[in-house]
Design a protein around this ligand. Structure first.
Ligand code: SF4
Length: 466
């Protein structure tokens, strides 16, 4: 039986893949990215060597995660950072909720963090009565629309300027405009006051550096810097796989993430945070908390076959090239992480039984694997998930069908007879195909039924010998 999530995915993706306007906008928004990415890749002396080096660094980090995490937490903890290890999404949410209560917080400002989407933090905070504001422009837009992000890097890429202008007019009372600069300024004016008002700032982190005990946040709007510096309390929520061994590793990872993720040479703002404000510093938060989230990542770590999925730096490049993502869009998946990487890791993070359908949402063309800057073998992992799902299935009928097939193919005369009968039914089916009398019409509406060959190989061989 398909899970409720599989049914929802099918409904949404069927609808969106038939929406030509939607497909046009997605292809259009990715076109500019593709051109820039190619151009910026060429600035690397050797992009393939850079990928190899990044993959090896992540391999080192993930395969010695226990050591590097301890090094990271010891060093950042020594500067007064409070650390919390959250085994589950629930533990992470509860820690942040308790902290908000302890600080008598009313307003919480956030910069873009997919990990907070993973643990459904906004819903939990809003449910407890806190005002939660997303400060990243794209995240702010989807928050106003009460939607989940459409893409790991471009949360509002499915919307046109006109739709955004209309949204701002409706929700913020601003005048309609077609100018992207004016649309940005509308949010900037609103956001400035919010930074000063917020009691807690919540961010994610792109990397956690073990050697120096710092987190690194890379962004283009400067909103993460304000979110982490202005409120009195800063909470950084990050998955345990974000760790990198050395500060020097960023010399490769920062430009690589910018190139693969946004087609940029380097992002506009790169911040390093090593603790709360120290006695000789003039600004920064009074308190700094780090929540390190496991949420079944250690189960993935224990799987030698798919462990490299933890190498992901969330650049979103695999989404951009995926023919499925480009046609069904990010929100069809119903997952925090969309596209090929989402289809690989979601069954691990949220259960194979409910999310096994995602591994079939792939043409297995391998474009994702080819583009991934850290060389994750994505399309083979999708195959691994398919294999694991097949083993999970009770598959009684499938097994019976294959037993019957095996029985037939081992009896040549019987097999030829059955093939002839199938040919007859297929000719008959062609007459009723697409009509109401066609029992297969739901399946054939979007597919061609492959024709049974007019001659079997054995027949062909016989005729050749004659
Ligand atoms: S799997 Fe690779 S390409 Fe996809 S988001 Fe992660 S790092 Fe980027």
């Amino acid at each position: 039986m398909p899970s409720i999530f599989a049914k929802q995915f099918k409904e949404r993706s069927t609808k969106l893949s038939a929406d030509l306007q939607h497909r046009f906008w997605i292809q259009k928004s990715l076109k500019g990215y593709e051109k820039n990415r190619e151009e910026k890749r060429n600035r690397f002396q050797n992009w393939e060597a850079a990928r190899q080096s990044a993959a090896e660094t992540k391999w080192e980090a993930v395969n010695h995660l226990d050591q590097y995490l301890i090094e990271f937490t010891d060093k950042i903890g020594a500067r007064g950072t409070k650390l919390f290890w959250a085994s589950t999404a629930r533990e992470a949410r509860e820690y942040i909720l308790n902290l908000a209560q302890e600080k008598n917080a009313r307003t919480i400002i956030k910069s873009k963090t997919m990990t907070s989407e993973e643990i459904h933090l906004n819903e939990a905070l809003a449910g407890a009565g806190y005002e939660v504001i997303e400060s990243d422009l794209g995240e702010f837009i989807v928050q106003l629309r009460r939607e989940v992000p459409y893409h790991l890097v471009f949360p509002a890429m499915h919307l046109t300027r006109g739709e955004i202008s209309h949204l701002f007019h409706e929700k913020l009372g601003s005048a309609e405009t077609d100018s992207p600069e004016e649309l940005t300024m509308i949010v900037r004016r609103k956001m400035r006051a919010q930074y000063c008002k917020a009691d807690i700032g919540i961010s994610g982190a792109n990397f956690a550096i073990a050697e120096t005990g710092m987190i690194s946040i890379t962004e283009n709007e400067g909103n993460a810097r304000l979110t982490t510096a202005l409120p009195k309390v800063h909470v950084a929520l990050l998955g345990i796989e974000k760790v990198l061994p050395k500060l020097n590793d960023l010399a490769l990872f920062l430009p690589m993430l910018a190139t693969a993720g946004a087609g940029q040479q380097i992002t506009a703002y790169n911040s390093f945070i090593g603790g709360p404000r120290q006695s000789d510093e003039v600004d920064g938060p009074e308190e700094f908390h780090i929540v390190l989230l496991d949420n079944r990542r250690t189960e993935l770590l224990a799987d030698p076959e798919q462990r490299d999925a933890l190498h992901c730096i969330r650049c979103g490049a695999c989404l951009n090239v995926c023919p499925i993502f480009r046609n069904v869009g990010g929100q069809s998946y119903g997952t925090t992480y969309q596209g090929p990487i989402g289809s690989v890791i979601t069954p691990h993070l949220r259960g194979l039984q409910d999310w096994k359908h995602l591994s079939s949402a792939s043409s297995l063309c391998g474009a994702c694997t080819e583009v991934c800057p850290v060389k994750i073998d994505l399309h083979h992992h999708l195959l691994h998930n398919r294999r694991n799902a097949a083993a999970l299935e009770s598959g009684r009928w499938e097994r019976r069908a294959f037993r019957v097939f095996a029985f037939l193919v081992n009896r040549q005369a019987l097999f030829s007879g059955v093939t002839m009968i199938c040919r007859f039914f297929q000719s008959f089916h062609r007459l009723i195909s697409g009509t109401k009398a066609d029992p297969l019409r739901a399946w054939t509406a979007t597919r061609e039924v492959p024709m049974i060959a007019p001659q079997s190989f054995r027949e062909y061989w016989k005729s050749r010998q004659k």
